[in-house]
Design a protein around this ligand. Structure first.
Ligand code: C2O
Length: 549
């Protein structure tokens, strides 16, 4: 194994998109940000220097961070943010993972432009459990805002209403030719006939789950969230924010007389406003004899994406994934459960605070989002620091209920207990507890899908269904043999999903909806996992350059 060194300068960068130029926040003046490449087992050291006026921190989404919670990155959870002109060095080892992940800023909405791919190659002398690709290509889906995303969310939080949506979806930062002024800002993937390509697909969008397809081409899914999956073929994918999916693309055997569009567009349920536009890129075949071809002269064939509200496609697609579960890559699913949790996840309204204007739902309150009726508020110091030094007082409590505060029928007609209480409520787990969490979508304001992300762990997706979870009958149907292992999964709109994991990583770990607007409204919680008895089962001491609040 090697040690890989990176320097990330957080800098302003002028970028022109959609007929206008805006100054964005970036890593090393790159948009999307630079790739972080390492092999399984490598140590990664990233020096982050903040040259902008905003506070910042970087999260390595999906990296396990075994005993290195100080390098996980969520602001006010594992660290105070890096302030202007400050430096912080992230230092972690990649264990038990290979594939694609993403890195992104983890404070307010800064990840709108501060994001990039993490590519984890197999150890030297190890190969993929699938056909060796001719080439590997990273395709990052994202969103572009014509105005500063920070202004959008701060205004929304003030008024209590929903935030403005983005102005375009993007493929590798480019909106594509269906948008104004974007003919040149179209991602082009040049391929040769008769080859296999590994596409590393990442959804880095702030607020939208996205469908993806390439016209006239079938894709073979081989990996999700840096875990090998049993291969399956599909012509359309759904990727939630925070998820990554590796697929094999077999190009046509002969040079075709056409170019093919790849496209991404939103999956959207519930109420409110959304952007229904589509970003496209071009899959361009290179003539085997080197003849010049211009995509202008070729027919451009468009793929069809599922309709915007295709909840059943999404639920089916989620359950198509299963772990490879081979001798070499076993699925270590908890077969028995020490601690069970039933978490309602959804939107609600919080009582209108005094002296504020209330423009949320029903003109009486502000939008809010919660787990078991508790809307999580970030403290003003880092929870991990408070935990490590035994100073929880006034920072967090350990009383997040294992059940919702009052039971109700979760789906169908909107239930009446939509109110939430605010708090920084956590759950404490002994080392190596086997945990089951049933996540129930509450449909409080129309059905909404929630891509839940867990820091510090992968979990197994053991079950899923529509309607209310039935504790008497549903667990019998759980897949405990080869369920997919991942770090982010969509809780189905109007349904439930069950996950299991071993709490084998000491520290403080955020779990939240990866739609940033829902995170901002409080759809998050934190697990505190205590040290274990063994030498490699303890949280390491904090690094000396850990930022202070
Ligand atoms: Cu990708 Cu807590 O985030």
């Amino acid at each position: 194994a090697e040690t890989r060194h990176y320097t990330f300068n957080i800098q302003y960068h002028n970028v022109t998109r959609l007929c206008g130029t805006r100054t964005i926040l970036s890593v090393n003046r790159r948009f999307p940000g630079p790739r972080l490449v390492a092999r399984e087992g490598d140590r990664v050291i990233v020096k982050v220097v903040n040259h902008i006026a905003n506070n910042v921190s970087i999260h390595w989404h999906g990296i396990r961070q075994l005993t290195t919670g100080w390098s996980d990155g969520p602001s006010y959870v594992t660290q105070c943010p890096i302030q202007t002109n400050q430096t912080y060095i992230y230092n972690f080892t990649i264990t038990g993972q290979r594939g694609t992940l993403l890195l992104h800023a983890h404070i307010s909405w800064l990840r709108a432009t501060i994001y990039g791919p993490i590519i984890i190659l197999p150890r030297r002398n190890e190969s993929y459990p699938f056909q060796k690709p001719h080439k590997e290509v990273t395709i990052m889906l994202g969103e572009w805002f014509n105005v500063d995303p920070e202004a959008i969310i701060s205004q929304a939080l003030q008024t209590g209403g929903g935030p403005n949506v983005s102005d375009a979806y993007t493929i590798n930062g480019l909106p594509g030719l269906l948008y104004n002024c974007s003919f040149k800002d179209t991602y082009k993937l040049k391929v040769k006939p008769g080859k296999t390509y590994l596409l590393r697909l990442i959804n880095a969008a702030l607020n939208d789950e996205l469908f993806f397809a390439i016209a006239n081409h079938t894709l073979t899914v081989v990996e999700g969230d840096a875990i090998y999956a049993k291969p399956f073929e599909t012509d359309k994918l759904l990727i939630t924010p925070g998820q990554t999916t590796n697929v094999l693309l077999k190009t046509m055997p002969e040079f075709p007389n056409a170019s093919f569009l790849m496209a991404a567009g939103p999956y959207f349920t519930g109420q409110g406003t959304f952007d229904n536009s589509t970003t496209v890129g071009i899959l361009e075949y290179q003539h085997p004899l080197g003849h010049k071809t211009h995509s202008k002269n070729l027919t451009l064939i468009r793929p069809s994406l599922p309709p915007i509200n295709s909840t059943s496609f999404v639920a089916n697609f989620t359950m198509k994934f299963s772990s490879l579960a081979s001798v070499k890559f076993p699925a270590n699913v908890p077969k028995t459960v020490d601690k069970k949790f039933f978490f309602t996840v959804g939107l609600g309204t919080s009582p209108c605070p005094e002296n504020t204007s209330c423009q949320g739902p029903n003109n009486s309150s502000k939008f809010s989002a919660s787990i078991n009726n508790v809307s999580f508020t970030l403290p003003s110091v880092a929870i991990l620091q408070a935990y490590y030094y035994g100073q929880s007082n006034g920072v967090y409590t350990t009383d997040l209920p294992a059940q919702p505060l009052s039971p109700f029928n979760y789906t169908g007609t909107p239930p009446n207990n939509t109110n939430v209480i605010n708090g920084t409520r956590t759950v404490v787990l002994a080392f190596n507890t086997s945990v089951e969490v049933v996540l129930q979508d509450t449909s409080i304001l129309g059905a909404e899908s929630h891509p839940l992300h867990l820091h510090g762990f992968n979990f197994f997706v053991v079950g899923q269904g529509f309607g209310n979870f039935d504790p008497n009958n549903d667990p019998a149907k759980f897949n405990l043999v080869d369920p997919m292992e991942r770090n982010t999964v969509g809780v189905p709109s109007g349904g439930w999903l069950a996950i299991r994991f071993f709490a084998d990583n000491p520290g403080v770990w955020l779990m939240h909806c990866h739609l940033d607007v829902h995170t901002s409204w409080g759809l998050k919680m934190a697990w505190i996992v205590l040290d274990g008895p063994g030498p490699n089962q303890k949280l390491q001491p904090p690094p000396s350059d850990l930022p202070q609040c």
